[in-house]
Design a protein. Sequence first.
Length: 447
Amino acid sequence: MTTLTIAIVTVFCVGYLFIAVESLTKVNKAAIALLMFVATWTLLMLSPESYLPTAVGDQIAAVVSETIERHLGSTSTTLFFLMGAMTIVELVDQNGGFNFVRNVMQTHSKRALLWRIAFMTFFLSAILDNLTTSIVMIMILRKLVANQRDRIVYASLVIIAANSGGAFSPIGDVTTIMLWNKGVITAQGVLSELLVPSVVSMVVPAYVLSLSLKGNLPPATPQAQATNSQDLTDTQRKTIFFLGVGGLIFVPVFKSITHLPPFVGILLVLGLLWTVTELFYANLKEAEARGSMQKRVSQMLSRIDMSTILFFLGILMAVACLETIGVLTMLGQGLNATFDGNHYLITGIIGVLSSIIDNVPLVAGCMGMYPVAPTGDMAVDGIFWQLLAYCAGVGGSMLIIGSAAGVVVMGLEKITFGWYMKHISWIAFVGYVAGIMVYWAEKMFVL
């Protein structure tokens, strides 16, 4: 490994460290990711011909620019998909669409509520994403469960169920979106082969947690009841909910029919929902229409969490630099040699690592480390890629900081790292391993 390669890897590792300790440095991880992106590619420009054989003479700038633009094109498909999905979910939420979900959840039994939360979170996460679903479910929980001690048990299950639900859906988690966009998994493949393992990884922890809950919930207070928006009718709110959620479900279908990238389908849904909501608000009186401006897409686009988008841009482009210099290929070959090509073990370790560090660069790195093969475990929808989708998603539940869902729930419900590790981590690990065993059994005895 050359001195320049070591320098690029060092910059990446130092940047990764600062991202991991964001809570201590108070520096937004998006800023660090952008610096990593620029620094790694700038270092590469010191000797581009070492990594890009065609970058010689007057062709250096053109070859490097073409390489960056190729990676940027691949990255942008994920970014546009996320922007569209975030806007759709925000639109449904702001217009009272999720009130329907809250009404379905209501029950007096603590255990019945736990199972309703588990399955509702699981399937919503598969349609929306684990971060958004966690926020929605915590808001609903606050209206249904007054006791803080009970609520953090439910909230912990939300983390597990959201990550499990995102793992079997091509649009349920950023990592599955990345793998789907890359073409190493298909919607039909992960839905058919990862559904049962993902359900098991959620059901096992849910059963264990249900043993700690007994009795009934006190009646919800009037203040806990959500106030419906006065701008739209109940029918209009339900229309927005079913258009938004149904549209997200339709995206994989649209891709299979048209063979266009997934972000095109998400933009179709956004455009349709945008048109419908504008028509709804166009019929309001002038005073009501002025008050509803904040709930319209034109306003919501200005409130998109751009720091998250820029973080993904920076980290994915920094990983692309590591792929260009050949480090990821070397690392993949080293792992295969160390573990004798045991993909269950390799992906299992990656899943455990995803509970410690961000799973986005882990998966991005794996996509650069391992080439897609025409047949076998590394083929499209092969064991390796499907297990990577499962392990990177579900593995994040083992620590509360291991996933976006965990971090947001930690902040909303003030769950401490130590409490979660003591009471929940082992339960999440048992579910994680159980899901892998079920997947193995599927491959050995069913498929």
